[in-house]
Ligand binder design. Structure first.
Ligand SMILES: [Zn+2]
Length: 151
């Protein structure tokens, strides 16, 4: 899942930076501006060896629940469309809500499955290894300490 973007405005030169990130923003919180190369802290990023994983990333029941609620909404929409269609008309809004609910429900279902089947744990292992690799650099650790991290 590399389809997410993080955006920020550089505090030094006010350039708007944009870059891809993983779903949970696991990476170094010390960011570098692409325009002026100045470094600064962005706490939105999680250094997982210090900050830990996002609790949502392992919450399969939550995703399953959201998927079920959305499926229920889609079912209601489906029933409404069915009765409308029987009377010879249909509302494009209800179809859009129903179709949207199904799509998001599928995405949540896939997420729940990924967690259940251990794929998320595998990803997390990878992120943890990357985080530990960064922290094995004493200069990097020193920088984090300066920014107030307890390493
Ligand atoms: Zn800058």
């Amino acid at each position: 899942m590399q389809l997410n973007y993080a955006e920020w405005v550089c505090p030094q030169c006010k350039t708007k930076n944009r870059e891809t990130c993983n779903s949970w923003m696991y990476d170094s919180p010390i960011r570098q501006c692409k325009a002026c190369r100045s470094e600064y802290l962005d706490r939105r990023w999680r250094e997982v060896a210090i900050d830990g994983f996002d609790p949502r990333s392992n919450n399969a029941p939550l995703y399953a629940k959201v998927a079920l609620v959305l499926l229920a909404i889609a079912l209601v929409c489906g029933i409404m469309i069915y009765f409308q269609y029987a009377r010879g008309y249909y509302s494009i809004k209800i179809i859009a809500v129903g179709a949207g609910s199904v799509l998001i429900a599928i995405a949540c279902g896939i997420n729940a499955l990924r967690i259940k089947l251990g794929f998320q744990a595998k990803d997390n292992d990878k992120y943890m290894a990357e985080s530990k690799a960064r922290l094995s650099d004493p200069q990097y650790v020193e920088k984090l300490r300066k920014y107030g991290y307890k390493v």
